[in-house]
Design a protein around this ligand. Structure first.
Ligand SMILES: [Zn+2]
Length: 258
């Protein structure tokens, strides 16, 4: 399975930087997990091939590129873009984003070939198929309706936490998957911002370290995603100081083959 975090900012030379303001992960060039920067930094090929979007939750850094992606492709779509989400997420998108005031209600619009989006609702905790992958969802601990995902192609499974504070079911499911190759987990804030992390349901390096005690297999690789750009260097330094050997920072833009 191939996973790439799309860049969402540029450095002083105009090249992609590691500063991650918005989150989108592209899986095997056909599925996007979140749409924070989907319209902004996907390749032309990904723009042609990504037609399924799994949302972890509706915070802006995870959906900002969704209206723009639909808008960009509107006239060219032969079939609708499928947005996989919970009912709570759908209600929020329809009320707060696709409300004609912020952006068009694409669910009411068609191009010459038909609808341009299709909501595929699921209950947190259920499993379903998307493209060539089996997807299992799990409720995680964030400020709004939020899920993590387990993506499996039959031989490899990758776990993605989404935004979350301390949670149990996610780790329990990890421990029951024999084919689990890697866990992608958030770590948004440095330890000195623990109060803000608690108030906003995010992890810090210290609290991530406690969470990883729940992961049984010491061989499972752990990749850190969703580092707030302002605190990225501090979070990376503190993760090093915590001394969790199997943890590495997932590099923005790099394609990982699992
Ligand atoms: Zn969030």
């Amino acid at each position: 399975m191939k996973i790439q975090i799309l860049p969402s900012s540029i450095d002083e030379n105009g090249s992609a930087s590691q500063r991650q303001h918005l989150l989108t992960m592209i899986v095997d060039d056909v599925i996007a997990v979140d749409a924070g920067c989907l319209a902004l930094s996907c390749s032309d090929n990904q723009r042609r091939t990504v037609r399924d979007i799994l949302l972890t939750h509706t915070h802006l850094d995870h959906i900002a590129g969704l209206p723009l992606f639909i808008d960009d492709l509107f006239a060219s779509l032969d079939w609708p873009i499928r947005i996989h989400l919970t009912k709570e997420m759908r209600d929020i998108l329809e009320r707060d984003i696709f409300n004609w005031a912020i952006y068009p209600r694409f669910s009411e619009l068609c191009n010459s070939r038909g609808p341009v989006i299709e909501y595929r609702e699921f209950e947190a905790g259920t499993s379903f198929e998307v493209a060539h992958l089996s997807i299992r969802s799990v409720h995680v601990n964030h400020q709004v309706s939020a899920v993590g995902y387990f993506l499996s192609d039959g031989s490899t499974t990758i776990a993605i936490s989404g935004d979350t504070a301390e949670t149990d079911d996610f780790w329990k499911i990890c421990n029951g998957i024999g084919s689990l190759k890697a866990v992608l987990v958030e770590c948004a804030f440095p330890d000195e911002m623990e109060k803000l992390a608690i108030d906003s349901n995010h992890l810090t390096p210290g609290r991530l370290s406690s969470e990883l005690q729940k992961l049984d297999d010491p061989e499972t690789r752990v990749y850190i995603i969703n580092l707030k750009p302002m605190y990225r260097d501090a979070v990376i330094r503190q993760i090093g100081e915590v001394g969790i050997e199997r943890v590495e920072i997932m590099q923005v833009g790099e394609v990982y083959n699992f």
